[in-house]
Design a binder for this molecule. Structure first.
Ligand code: NDP
Ligand code: MG
Length: 335
């Protein structure tokens, strides 16, 4: 067995290493808003830095912040947290952060992409570390306000002060993550596993698995509405049980017929061929080829994303969902 990961909780983390520091949160979107609010509610000194006076700016003002332009936030900051889109970070770093940052200011990330693939090359005098929540920003905020926290990974890339891990844990505590638990990783491991997860399972794999099953039923002449309930809508209920009780709990909750069929046909469909393709996907991430491809796509204005979104929006699955929406909404628990 491999060595088990060390798990840090509230007792292992203190806010002390960052309580007198000025923390610049760059970006006020999914993660940015959640982090800024949670860190502020944890009693820390937060300033929101934004590139433009757009929607985020308005939202930050509504939430009681006085946002400033990126360079002005950076000039005052001891700790600079990048919560703008990954593809934007290197430009903002080059144009606004690097020329204005205090010597030795910390650079903090929520995902390792820019550091791991060397798109940002930080000064050797800065601590560079990561706190990566394993959940969407809205949940990071919601759990925190209800006394909980979303688990996170922490990692240290550069540590000239010798205090980078303590500071990473302090920020993890400030956003509520240590209330759940925090695991130490590396920028390499976080970046590669995060990309692999979203590609093969969370975003790509699950969606295409559901779509393939839906299409198969429809091609065989079954009603799309029935196929939708069976192959797409029920997924939430099954995943909720897996989340609460693991695979064992899920298997206990389904019929013996479903257990037998699931245990045998699952492996027949998701077979060695699929595993080979997963390895290929991992290889493309590890070699940096995926990163290269994505940067090129982004620089061309993300045409593949636009096309893909359009195809999905017009697909029979989504048309069927729109038809079933009322039924699904009516059935949701009321409290
Ligand atoms: P968002 O897409 O929500 O970031 C939006 C913010 O960035 C807004 O404040 C927006 O300002 C600003 N922004 C958008 N485009 C630009 C631009 N071209 N130039 C300057 N500012 C811009 O980011 P996320 O919160 O999703 O991601 C932030 C980081 O967190 C990433 O590193 C990501 O990998 C990581 N992460 C994200 C998770 C998630 O659940 N989304 C989970 C874990 C980590 P405006 O309103 O003015 O456009
Ligand atoms: Mg991800």
């Amino acid at each position: 067995m491999k060595k088990l990961a060390k798990i840090y909780t509230d007792q292992d983390a203190s806010l002390d290493p960052i309580k007198d520091k000025k923390i610049a949160v760059l970006g006020y979107g999914n993660q940015g808003r959640a982090w800024a609010l949670n860190l502020r509610d944890s009693g820390l000194n937060v300033i929101v830095g934004l590139e433009r006076e757009g929607n985020s700016w308005k939202q930050a003002v509504q939430d009681g912040f006085q946002p400033v332009h990126t360079e002005d936030a950076v000039k005052q900051a001891d700790i600079i947290i990048f919560l703008i889109p990954d593809m934007v970070q290197r430009y903002v770093y080059r144009e606004k952060v690097q020329p204005n940052m205090k010597e030795g200011a910390d650079l903090v990330f929520a995902h390792g992409f820019n550091i791991h693939y060397k798109l940002i090359d930080p000064p050797s005098t800065s601590d560079v570390y990561m706190v990566a929540p394993k959940g969407p920003g809205a949940t990071v905020r919601d759990f925190y306000t209800k006394g909980g926290g979303v688990p996170a990974l922490v990692a240290v890339q550069q540590n000239p002060s010798g205090k980078a891990l303590e500071k990473a844990l302090a920020i993890a505590k400030g956003i509520g993550a240590t209330r759940a638990g925090v695991i130490e990783t590396t920028f390499k491991e976080e970046t590669e596993t995060d990309l692999f997860g979203e590609q093969t399972t969370l975003v790509g794999g699950v969606m295409e698995l559901m779509r393939s099953a839906f299409r198969t039923l429809v091609e065989l002449g079954y009603q799309p509405e029935v196929a939708y309930f069976e192959t797409i809508n029920e997924m939430k209920m099954i995943v909720d049980i897996i989340y609460e009780k693991g695979f064992t709990g899920m298997l206990k909750a389904v019929s013996d017929t479903a257990k037998y069929g699931g245990l045998t046909v699952g492996k027949f469909v998701i077979n060695e061929e699929v595993r080979k393709r997963m390895l290929e996907a991992a290889e493309k991430i590890r070699s940096g080829k995926f990163a290269e491809e994505w940067i090129e796509e982004y620089n061309r204005g993300s045409p593949t994303i636009k096309e893909g979104l359009e195809e999905i929006e017009n697909s029979l699955e989504e048309q069927t969902r729109r038809r079933l929406k009322e039924i699904i909404e009516r059935g949701k628990p009321k409290s």
